[in-house]
Design a protein around this ligand. Structure first.
Ligand SMILES: [Zn+2]
Length: 486
């Protein structure tokens, strides 16, 4: 009998909440280019006698992220001290809400491996503090082989939300779908920038295997994934490893393993897991959020991407693919909506935003809010295209000039465009000129050699000369007429 194995996977996501200062002190949370240990104080370095004060903005952002993930906000919660000893944690304990979280019982919908909708339940979102960063002197930056280690506490005390899913994920692909959807929704809520390159989003995965003969493997916690790709590879590696062990009749040990991205393997953690003691944090009172506060936070939550995309399909007649592209980030969706609100045709605006606007954003490495060409001006430009005053080709070069900071009128002038096109006489004259300059091509056409192809060639020459200020069918008709006359 062939055995089949079903992976059972739960994902833990840490995100850095977007606030000006750290979670329990007033140190600035923005230390990007500053030297190590320049954003620290007695609280975030755990000096005796220092007292934590909870940053209200962290609670606000935690609630917001929880709501974006369909969680229910818990009115009363507590903080605990989770004790363990490691040099990146100067207090000797991490302050965390753990399983009395600010938000609980959420869910996200993804597509499963055959494309059907699948709900991934979210157990909770709890608030906690980040720890410091260790720098080891070894050339590869790893602890092994280093003769010195340095610790930087700038990150110590940054506000984190840990989002714990139920074990509803069944493959590495589903895992990536889940964290992608989670990231998109959290970014929409503006609770976090969730910038992976800046380490604002990190993943752990709990992986176990269920065998068709009734055996269950033990749960393995895989840590240290900092990108979608690392999460995908780590889960794939772990599934294959556990499956092989079980096929060979071996046993999967319950353990913590670390993902080594360079080698593409997980290895058993050499540091034995300490018994982690929890006590209630005596320096922080219970956290109570009022119904009014919850209401206020909910009011600030924008429409979420899935709902937006559905509306674009239903009310504006866009395709599902276009709607998904336009709602991938909030700034682009808002740009598109502002363009439509200013009178642009939704389909044409959608086409422009997902091609020209996204291209301009990529080239400038900026978001839609910072583009020089504003949505209302684009709407005006598109109205001129729809009204036949400008060709699409000309409109593209006008838009390009608007991106350089020119007004619509300045951009039209700069492009040399003549509103309404150059006119039939001008097209006719240009065609005559082109025919005169290409007597061999004209001769070929007359002798019936590759006629269609040669006419197309001439048409291309005219269109290039005319810089798109006439419609292709207009030019084709002018060429036909000129050839017939000769
Ligand atoms: Zn501090």
């Amino acid at each position: 009998m062939t055995l089949t194995f079903t992976p059972v996977i739960g994902i833990e996501v840490h995100i850095q909440l977007k606030t000006k200062s750290k979670v329990f002190c007033t140190c600035s949370a923005d230390y990007a280019n500053d030297p190590p240990n320049s954003h620290i104080c007695p609280v975030c370095t755990g000096l005796p006698g220092s007292m934590p004060v909870l940053n209200k903005a962290v609670v606000h952002q935690g609630m917001l992220a929880g709501m974006a993930l369909n969680c229910t906000v818990q009115p009363t919660t507590l903080f605990f001290r989770k004790s363990y000893y490691y040099p990146d944690l100067p207090k000797g304990f991490q302050t965390t809400q753990s399983d009395l979280p600010i938000a609980a019982n959420g869910w996200l919908t993804i597509k499963d491996d055959v494309g059907s909708p699948k709900k991934i339940r979210i157990n909770r979102l709890h608030l906690e503090e980040d720890v410091g960063k260790l720098h080891h002197s070894a050339p590869d930056g790893r602890l092994e082989g280093a003769d010195a280690s340095y610790v930087d506490y700038n990150r110590s005390g940054l506000p984190l939300a840990e989002i714990v899913s139920e074990p509803d994920v069944s493959s590495s692909r589903e895992a990536v779908e889940y964290v992608t959807a989670l990231r998109r929704r959290v970014r929409y809520s503006r609770a976090s920038d969730v910038d992976l390159e800046k380490g604002m989003m990190r993943f752990d995965a709990n992986v176990s295997m269920k065998c068709s003969d009734g055996r269950w493997g033990r749960k393995v916690e895989v840590k240290n994934m900092n990108s979608f790709r690392a999460l995908e590879r780590a889960i794939e590696y772990e599934i294959a490893r556990q499956r092989k062990l079980m096929e060979d009749g071996g046993e999967v040990l319950q353990e913590t393993r670390h993902w080594n991205d360079a080698k593409g393997v997980t290895t058993a953690s050499r540091v034995k897991e300490f018994y982690r003691k929890f006590i209630v944090e005596p320096d922080l009172p219970p956290l109570v959020v009022t119904p009014e506060w919850i209401k206020e936070v909910r009011a600030s939550l924008p429409e979420m991407p899935g709902e937006k995309a559905q509306r674009y399909v239903k009310d504006m007649g866009l395709s599902e693919v276009d709607a998904a592209v336009l709602t991938d980030s909030l700034d682009v969706a808002q740009y598109f909506e502002a363009c439509v609100a200013a009178g642009a045709n939704p389909q044409r605006a959608g086409n422009w935003v997902r091609t020209e606007v996204l291209r301009a954003m990529n080239e400038r490495r900026t978001d839609a809010d910072s583009l020089d060409a504003r949505p209302d001006t684009l709407a005006e430009l598109l109205r001129r295209v729809d009204g036949g005053k400008l060709s699409t080709t000309v409109a593209k070069s006008v838009f390009e000039a608007m991106m350089e900071g020119l007004s619509l009128e300045e951009a039209v002038k700069k492009s040399g465009a003549v509103e309404g096109g150059v006119g039939a006489d001008a097209v006719g004259n240009l065609v005559q000129g082109i025919l005169k300059a290409n007597p061999d091509v004209v001769a070929d056409i007359r002798s019936g050699k590759d006629t269609a192809k040669k006419v197309k060639f001439l048409q291309g020459l005219v269109m290039r000369e005319i810089k798109g200020q006439a419609r292709p069918d207009e030019v084709a008709a002018a060429i036909d007429a000129a050839l017939a006359l000769k």
